[in-house]
Write a protein that binds this ligand. Sequence first.
Ligand code: GTP
Ligand code: MG
Length: 312
Amino acid sequence: MADEIEDLSGVGETTAKKLTENGYKSIEQIAVAATGKLMEDTGLGEKTARKIISASRESQDMGYATAKEVLEKKDEIRQIKTGSDKLNKLLGGGVETQSITELYSKFGTGKTQLAFQLSVNVQKPKKEGGLGKNALFIDTEGTFRPERVRQMAKAGDMDEDEVLNKIFLGRAYSSDHQMLLAEKASGMIEEKNIGLIIIDSLTGLFRAEYVGRGQLAERQQKLNRHMHTLQRHASTHNTAVLVTNQVMANPGLMFGDPTTPIGGHIVGHASSFRIYLRESKGEKRIARLVDSPCLPDGECVFTITQKGIEDK
Ligand code: GTP
Ligand code: MG
């Protein structure tokens, strides 16, 4: 399946440039465009416009699937255990493939810790709650800590170096870079046997770069596209996607409700599972499942110990 406009059959560099310069930046956008509108916007001839739209539609697999196929795809859903039985139960078993799970909270609550634990656990064999697959970790804040991951691997009786070797790390320095890393992940997912994609943090760079109210619409549009890319990876490759999101701490800095996660409904609607974390006594944390379409809302307590995520 083509991921980039340039990969579409019949699209040369010049045409790709015409498309992107005139606002057609993704294959999805072209696939849903009307021929006349595309011609008007880009100056391309009718024959070319039709050909490109049709190639985009084919590459997006916009056709129908039978109910049986839908069911079979659902049967392929797997879950990654978190380390806490209570949290697994809240999630209906663990962090699911084919979906996006969002962790949101104030700073220092344990989002990154959970992300580390899951990038270790995904590597465990199925009977131990993993997928026997590897992790792709997009770090946007420079908070990835190999020593901490090593500690968790050790606690799980796993070969520490092997665990580190099976986490593929991408450091994003801008929101565009982050989006590019996510878009380019397709090839990696198959080649490196990726079962879990993590974006930690999903929104940090976006928040830092798009500061004014006037930029809000553009930010949301980009986030929306980013979430679509992630969702597409999740469903085409049967991988789990975990994103972290900080709750706005300073109401003076941002617009909107200071207790809501950044990205608002764009991120919320695209995530199937949303977990709100908050601190409790000592090492204890409270996780709340919010607005799940298929599971009851609820809360549980788990612990972050030296070994990682546990019950206790
Ligand atoms: P931001 O990225 O700033 O939004 O925070 P976060 O939600 O990602 O928080 P993070 O996962 O970094 O959690 C940090 C907290 O995890 C610390 O305050 C500790 O409570 C806990 N933690 C981190 N490392 C250890 C450890 O080695 N042992 C124990 N017991 N707790 C740890
Ligand atoms: Mg963090």
